[in-house]
Design a protein around this ligand. Structure first.
Ligand SMILES: [Zn+2]
Length: 302
């Protein structure tokens, strides 16, 4: 029996990834946004400025320990950069803080970055590129035109952004500043209406962060997946090879077309059993490229 394996366009076989950005590390994120996201098991990415005078260290340290939100670099002070050295200092200090919020994760790793708005970042283009590379930063996708409280103000406009993503399969990006407080704010009831709508569409939406989504896309588009039968047995071997460097370690979702001839399977990578799940008519599992041989052992029922 032949089985065919392919890489799903998005994680878990979802139709569209969703990233929600929250800028400027303000109190309404801690008071309003994070509890509302956590209650629905959704992910937000918070762009922090630990050197800004309004930054509450105790509150962010405590929220980082308690939630699975993502944190990202928005520069140390949110006051811009006078030259390349100044810019590097702003980036380096913020990076150290953000990496330190999740000490259990490996270092180095890629972090998301957004230049602070409303100020000048007076750094030559080539120095900007150098600094991003040195600190493993990925500039986030633009939320221009999709910034809540600025371009998008009503619940129905926000829901339309989500619907557009689901209908095209492309990433959904929504930017936020204040949520029921502070600047460029969106009202909390509008925000919760959006989150409820996202929850209702969870079977289609991969709620994640820009780095995980970027890594998935990069790995998906560069990896090769090959399947071969193991001589003298009913097992198959899958190799999942990615030419990118080890910072690209996001699990990819692989899928097998489910046919009546496939009985129950045992799927493992480097000896570890992998969890299987169904998406549509496919049997799926997550595996990390370059992390060892994937084995599919099956019992034929026909
Ligand atoms: Zn900002």
């Amino acid at each position: 029996m032949e089985i065919q394996v392919s890489i799903e366009k998005w994680k878990s076989g979802k139709i569209s990834p969703l990233m929600m950005f929250f800028d400027d590390s303000i109190e309404s994120h801690i008071k309003n946004a994070i509890p509302a996201l956590s209650a629905r098991d959704l992910i937000g990415t918070f762009y922090l400025n630990p050197g800004a005078k309004w930054f509450d260290h105790a509150a962010w340290n405590s929220v980082a320990a308690k939630t699975n939100m993502e944190f990202a670099n928005h520069s140390w002070t949110h006051s811009g950069a006078k030259n390349a050295d100044d810019g590097e200092g702003e980036i380096a200090a913020c990076n150290e803080y953000v990496l330190g919020l999740k000490p259990e994760r490996k270092i180095p790793r890629l972090l998301s970055f957004a230049y602070p708005g409303g100020c000048k970042w007076d750094v030559p283009e080539e120095d900007k590129i150098k600094a991003l590379k040195k600190y493993n930063l990925i500039v986030r996708p633009t939320s221009a035109g999709r910034s809540a409280g600025v371009h998008v103000k009503t619940a129905s406009e926000l829901k339309a952004l989500v619907e557009a993503g689901i209908s095209t399969g492309s990433p959904i990006v929504i930017g936020f500043h204040g949520v029921g407080g502070e600047w460029l704010s969106i009202d909390l009831p509008i925000f919760t209406e959006l989150l409820d709508f996202v929850s209702e569409n969870k079977s289609s939406i991969w709620s994640s962060d820009p780095v995980s989504i970027y890594k998935y896309e990069m790995e998906r588009d560069s990896s090769t997946v090959r399947i071969s039968r193991i001589e003298g047995s009913s097992a198959s071997r899958i190799s999942l090879d990615c030419p990118l460097d080890p910072l690209y370690d996001e699990p990819l979702t692989l899928s097998i077309q489910k046919t009546s001839t496939i009985g129950s399977l045992r799927i493992s990578q480097a000896g570890q059993a992998l969890q299987q799940f169904i998406a549509g008519d496919k049997l799926c599992f997550d595996a990390v490229p370059n992390h060892g041989e994937i084995l599919i052992e099956h019992e034929q029922t026909a």
